[in-house]
Design a protein around this ligand. Sequence first.
Ligand code: S3P
Length: 433
Amino acid sequence: MKLIVRGKAKLQGAFSVPGDKSISHRALLLGAIAAGETKVENCLVAEDVLSTARCLQQLGVQIDGFGTPSIIVHGVGGANLKQSDEPLDCGNSGTTMRLLMGILAAHTFESWLTGDSSLQKRPMDRVAIPLQRMGAKVEGRTERYLPPIRIRGGKLRPIEWALPVASAQAKSAILLAGLFADGTTLVHEPAPSRDHTERMLQAFGAKIFVKGLTVAVVGPAKLKGTTVIVPGDPSSAAFFLCAAAAIPDSEVTALGISVNPTRSGYLEVLEQMGATILLHNERTQGGEPVADVTVRGSKLKGVTISGDLIPRTIDELPVLAAIATVAEGITVIRNAQELRVKESDRIATMVSELRKLGAQVKELPDGMVVQGDSKLIGAEVQSHGDHRVAMALAIAGLLAEGETVIHDADCVAISFPQFPQVLASLGAEVELA
Ligand code: S3P
């Protein structure tokens, strides 16, 4: 599928986005190992979360409402998953593979985890090494443990582990394994990453403590099924909020999105760039802060995004780079080497594709320098099979003169199948071909 956008229209209106991807994965996974039923409302229906649900079904978990936003997971109550005859296909989803590894580390049978060509390039060592320390046997390709992964778990010991990178997926995998170990597992992070696992474990009744950058979980834990109401995904809303920020006279409102501070770094960046951000209707939903967020556009200024802000903006960096091309002055993104091991090498892919639109962007080993005040001209660009690159390029296309064609755009279905429709509802000219 090709996504065609025509630039220069201002965006206006209120919109909803589907449920948060990270929270949806976790609700299914925790529901699977809890005792009793877990009800998931507003669960994301998109390829990545479907991968998690399918893997769980292969492992013997009954899931009612598969493929709809209203799900009931019948938990197996502890390390009672069943061995799958077939490899577990995690598709494009790093979250599925890494978090499942944490759970499978406590199961005595052998499992194979595989995925698509993108996932097979992503390192699993950040999870494999601590899980081996805990007592699981893990194999992968090369010393980086590239998938396919073979894992055989068993009785686990608690560990104290300092993560080399701020990664919520790695943190979560260790915490999930820690649920099954005898004693307290401690994870130290170099900077705060998203904390949905910690919040949700509390709701499922685990003993979990957070102090500064350290999380402790006490095992063996007995999780009890609960109801999870998933807030709107701030990473999906970010595409429209960033676009509106960069197009003067635009004003859009995202209804009911998570404003968890470990996810809302991009709103701080937009504010620093000169956009007006208003939060209304602030509330707590299932332990997560939620609000309606309005962004008003103006002429933006370039900024530096680095340090602790990086894990809090990690999935929004492609779209922030896209709007930085039309800000006044230079935007610098540093300390973001993690972007190189996402669904694509997002530093390389964004630099090469933004240049096709006429942007001046310099690639750095750990980020990029985006020259502002570019006059973008519509062009043919490639998603590289990466959903967030496809959507960020569509936003860049809105800032360009004329028509931009994003090739290989089916991948938006990984996290946000309704992206083109929501964009059109805000007044953008969008076409699918
Ligand atoms: C996610 C964590 C982040 C993020 C990814 C989802 C999660 O990855 O980029 O899209 O659900 O835990 P890392 O934890 O690897 O940084």
